[in-house]
Ligand binder design. Structure first.
Ligand code: CTP
Length: 404
């Protein structure tokens, strides 16, 4: 998994810096191309020459020590990395990254990087439990950083507590697991719908709903990270689209129906996270509707159910629908699953705290033909999306859908 991968290894100034050398060695032995960046403080614990010898590459410390005039080193390292690993990561380097500081080689490289990031913290237990450190780690996790938690044991400061750097083998295992995950949906085409539809009433008015598109965008990103080719059909949303996915913007349920059905034959997985209007105004007024009497009655007509339509056309595709409910979650979810011929239904109780349309968190229950498959507790939409895509990929494997 690691063979030929370009890994930037950031080593920061804690006593565990010496374990960074073992980690570097293991990664090189596994076939990775490792570029080490050390902070000035890290060089107080272990010499750059050790890391240069183990990585067989020059070690970067000073942003301004540019040896190759054809590149800007921190940008070049960031642009070409498949993964950045910071181990050990001090409270300081996490605070800098969480707050966007770039004052040395490692912090500028981290800011310039768009590749995934694995952080293995190591520090005294009270530092690790400090609210500021916890907040910074939460912020980084929300932005997608993965953590290899420190272990419990004898700390350099004398405490026996949580804070010692995870063992190099465990960090290597986390790196391997990450690269294995990026292969899980290789060769698969995933279609995701997200956001709310907009149903025009007149040139200046439309009907829509509270969907933010966050869940669907997070799912598209998770599928992309698993190596799939992803098409994201998005209705109304202000979310920034994940990089590397094909984005198709639509407005109405009819536009979404057309976009989905035209792509459907070629895709392997469809995740319908969009909140599609069930009704639309029967007439779109060409001119702005002027106010007249005390009340206005709008005539609405049913839209086509996109999920049901593709459910009827389904051949090899794995179909995942969503169900936003406020009561009888299981009964309604299973009813939708059967009616719309889905393989999985992701249901949530949108009346619960922290669950639903506009927030950053979600708690979902996933149902299959056999009933409840998995209940995922309240967590960030990004984490929910990762866990959902893991389940979906497992289903595909179970069905033999990824045997090419
Ligand atoms: N859906 C769709 N096309 C529509 C309406 C909904 O594809 N015209 C999809 C959504 O993308 C979602 C699922 O169907 O995956 C939601 O099911 P739906 O029955 O529309 O949910 P509700 O609107 O909550 O339905 P009900 O009013 O029956 O509870």
């Amino acid at each position: 998994m690691i063979q030929g991968k370009r890994i930037v290894l950031g080593i920061t100034g804690g006593i565990a810096a010496y374990k960074g050398a073992t980690l570097c060695s293991r990664l090189v032995q596994a076939g990775a191309i490792v570029h080490v960046i050390m902070t000035e403080s890290a060089t107080k614990f272990i010499t750059p020459l050790t890391l240069q010898t183990l990585s067989r590459n020059e070690v970067f410390i000073d942003t301004f020590d540019e040896r190759d005039p054809s590149v800007v080193s921190h940008i070049n390292l960031a642009d070409h990395a498949d993964l950045i690993v910071v181990a050990p990561a001090t409270a300081n380097v996490m605070a800098k990254l969480a707050n966007g500081h770039g004052d040395d080689m490692l912090s500028t490289t981290l800011l310039a990087a768009t590749c995934p990031l694995i952080i293995a913290p190591a520090m005294n237990v009270h530092m690790y439990e400090h609210p500021a450190v916890i907040r910074n780690m939460e912020l980084l996790a929300e932005r997608g950083a993965m953590f290899v938690e420190p272990g419990t044991g004898q700390l350099a400061c004398g405490y026996v507590a949580k804070g010692r750097l995870a063992e190099p083998e465990d960090i290597v295992a986390a790196i391997e697991a990450w690269f294995a995950k990026t292969n899980k949906l290789k060769g698969k085409h995933v279609l995701v719908t997200a956001g709310g539809t907009m149903e025009r009433l007149d040139p200046v008015r439309y009907l829509t709903n509270d969907s933010s598109g966050k869940m669907g965008f997070a799912i598209a990103e998770a599928a992309k990270l698993m190596g799939a080719s992803v098409t994201l059909i998005a209705g109304r949303t202000t979310e920034k689209p994940p990089s590397g996915v094909t984005l198709v913007r639509v407005q109405s349920a009819a536009d979404m129906l057309e976009a989905v059905t035209s792509l459907f034959p070629q895709v392997d997985i469809v995740v319908k996270a969009a909140a599609v209007a069930d009704y639309r105004p029967a007439k779109i007024h060409e001119q702005k509707i002027k106010k007249t009497g005390n009340s206005l009655v709008l005539e609405m007509e049913r839209t086509t159910d996109i999920l049901q339509t593709i459910g009827e056309q389904k051949t090899h595709q794995l179909l995942v629908g969503f169900a936003a409910e406020t009561e009888h979650i299981e009964r309604y979810a299973l009813d939708k699953l059967r009616r719309k011929n889905c393989d999985l239904i992701v249901a949530n109780d949108v009346s619960a705290e922290g669950v639903g349309f506009n927030g950053d968190t979600n708690a979902v229950e996933v149902y299959g033909q056999e009933g409840l498959v998995k209940a995922l507790p309240l967590m960030s939409k990004r984490e929910t999306a990762n866990r959902l895509m893991d389940l979906i990929a497992e289903r595909l494997v179970k069905r033999g859908g990824n045997m090419e």
